[in-house]
Design a protein. Structure first.
Length: 582
């Protein structure tokens, strides 16, 4: 009964989320006033971790079992990865031109920040996957209206730059996936332009003939303006359908020629070394027709895996029924239920001591994993707390550093492949229009420093409140959000059971509703994860070492200066702390 309630709650939350176009301006959400300047920069120091700061140990009765914190990573080369989403235009500008726009060479320059390929260093995030938002030629800043699916936008660089990026990623053990926009093209795409010209010159009374112009079947053209999402085709008597924008006509994925085009496109990128695709707006291939969308994904997945069986495919399916889409064979469908102002993780963190208890969130973790596996035994949960379509997690959590840290901690104890949106790891703000959510990465406290970008032209600076330090300064601060996020990813890299393990909830052994407790088993090895979701209360639990086969605390995440403690079977956790027992 409990799991059914969780499913119903998930659907309720999902219904409250507003669907926006991936590339459009989006609708404004509650804007925050700029109530304070960014924190003053600290003097540059050697990079630190959260274990470099001075801490105390929580008081506990009995003889203290020493912490046995593990540091050796055990990264497995498979499809379970820690992904980092990048909007190239706002990331890093390598050429220093007056446009101050990020480019592919800028991504290359900052790869060592994402992952330097050396597990013995502590300056990188430890992500081993990158998702690039659209990089193909496009007239817009967001580039979701593509004009050429087999080239690089000149503002971002060249195909040679992309090849170099792939090569450098692979040297570091990073897989790279790219946004593929199959739902629609640009009105400036040659396919649409030829169809438009043909229809404008069609003699009165004559029906369009695909033998004369095959592109008239690439889109949905009608003589009736069915809804306000149908737009005039130039001076002709026809209209075309655009789910998201007048600038982005929807493609007809029922058409075999369109499918052949995308097979050629997919092979082109795979042949360049691309490791997979993020499929934009997959729920809108045929809006409101889940079965048809799954059929499209099945075709695409089968083709891609015939070229590269190891390719990873994740689809954007903005619905509480996202897990249904992995029945197509794709590896993942983004789980939006954990993100945004109504997401389970932000609600749990923001309302830590109210109805959204730890045990509720823990049950949601299990439900997401089971729903995916029921549809595809090889499916992988893809969760996130921030992306380019929703307000920044830092803004949602009221710029509270401890809350932002703990949200990342909860994300990184989930099964599957978590996705981090660039800048979220340093607490970048941004609300309202999509441009505000794609603001510049802050590498230095100096706005004019080398590599800093200007952000989208229509970005509202008043809606991009940055209260936290730059990457440079946060690396030197053991209390920073960045160092916490690094440690949360490192724990995933040390304990492969977290991402891949079969989950068993310990709700009968740990009854405190503010505590998450679960065991995960992978390849015969088990870990126990315990998280205290309370914002201000220490928690003490008793968990039999004999029953569960653990020895001591081997991993931890803390938001303050107090460490957890263990005495025999008793574990004491400070507020918003997470421990790994093994």
């Amino acid at each position: 009964m409990r799991k059914k309630l969780i499913r119903l709650a998930a659907m309720t939350v999902a219904s409250a989320i507003m669907l926006t176009s991936c590339g459009g301006s989006g609708s404004s959400s509650n804007s925050a006033n700029n109530s304070g300047d960014a924190a003053e920069s600290t003097e540059s120091k050697e990079p630190k971790t959260i274990f470099d700061k001075e801490t105390t140990t929580i008081e506990i009765d009995g003889e203290i079992t020493p912490l046995n914190i593990q540091t050796e990573e055990n990264v497995i080369d498979d499809k379970y990865r820690n992904y980092y989403e990048i909007f190239v235009g706002s990331f890093y500008d390598s050429d220093g031109d007056t446009m101050k726009m990020g480019d592919l060479n800028g991504v290359i320059e900052k790869l060592d920040y994402i992952n330097d390929g050396d597990p013995n260093t502590d300056t990188d995030l430890g992500c081993n996957g990158i998702w690039l938002m659209p990089i193909c030629p496009s007239p817009s800043y967001h580039k979701y209206d593509v004009t050429d699916y087999m080239d690089i936008d000149e503002a971002y660089g060249t195909l040679d730059d992309y090849k170099k990026l792939v090569e450098e990623c692979h040297k570091r053990g990073i897989n790279i996936i790219i946004d593929l926009v199959m739902n629609h093209s640009s009105v400036a795409h040659p396919w649409f332009k030829e169809a438009k010209e043909y229809l404008q010159n069609l003699p009165e009374g004559k029906e369009p003939d695909p033998n004369e112009c095959k592109y008239v079947e690439y889109y949905t053209f009608t003589k009736e303006q069915v809804s306000d999402k149908y737009y005039p085709v130039g001076s002709s008597d026809y209209y075309y359908y655009g789910e998201f924008s007048q600038q982005m006509p929807d493609l007809n994925l029922d058409n075999e020629n369109v499918r052949k085009e995308f097979e050629e496109i997919a092979k082109f990128w795979l042949d360049l070394g691309t490791d997979g695709f993020r499929l934009d707006a997959a729920k809108e291939y045929f809006s409101g027709e889940t079965d048809k969308n799954i059929e499209v994904l099945t075709w695409f997945n089968d083709y891609v895996k015939s070229v590269d069986e190891d390719a990873y495919i994740v689809a954007e399916t903005w619905t509480s029924e996202n897990a249904d889409y992995v029945a197509s064979g794709i590896d993942s469908a983004f789980d939006f239920l954990y993100s945004g102002v109504n997401g389970f993780i932000p609600l749990t963190v923001f309302n830590a001591d109210t109805a959204y208890s730890g045990q509720f969130l823990e049950g949601c973790f299990e439900t997401s994993e089971e729903d995916v596996k029921e549809n595809n035994e090889n499916g992988i949960v893809a969760a996130f707390i921030g992306n380019h379509d929703i307000d920044r997690i830092t803004a949602i959590l009221a710029y509270d550093a401890e809350q932002v840290k703990f949200a990342h901690g909860l994300l990184n104890i989930m099964n599957g492949s978590p996705f981090i949106y660039y800048g979220d790891e340093i607490g970048i703000g941004g609300m309202g229009a999509d441009e505000n959510k794609r603001s510049p990465m802050i590498w230095s406290s100096d706005e004019d420093a080398e590599g800093q970008t200007a952000g989208p032209v229509n970005m509202s600076k008043s809606s991009v409140i940055n209260k936290f330090d730059s990457v440079e300064d946060q690396l030197a601060d053991p209390d920073s959000i960045l160092n916490y996020v690094k440690e949360s990813i490192k724990i995933r890299n040390i304990f492969p059971e977290i991402a891949r393990g079969e989950m068993t909830l310990l709700e009968d052994d740990v009854e405190d509703e503010e505590v998450i407790a679960m065991q995960k088993t992978y390849n015969g090895s088990s870990v126990i994860i315990i998280a205290n979701c309370s914002s201000d209360e220490d928690k003490t639990i008793t968990l039999s070492r004999e029953k569960f086969g653990y020895t001591d605390i081997q991993g931890m995440l803390i938001v303050g200066d107090v460490e957890p403690a263990q005495s025999g079977d008793t574990i004491a956790l400070p507020p918003r702390s997470i421990v790994i027992l093994k």
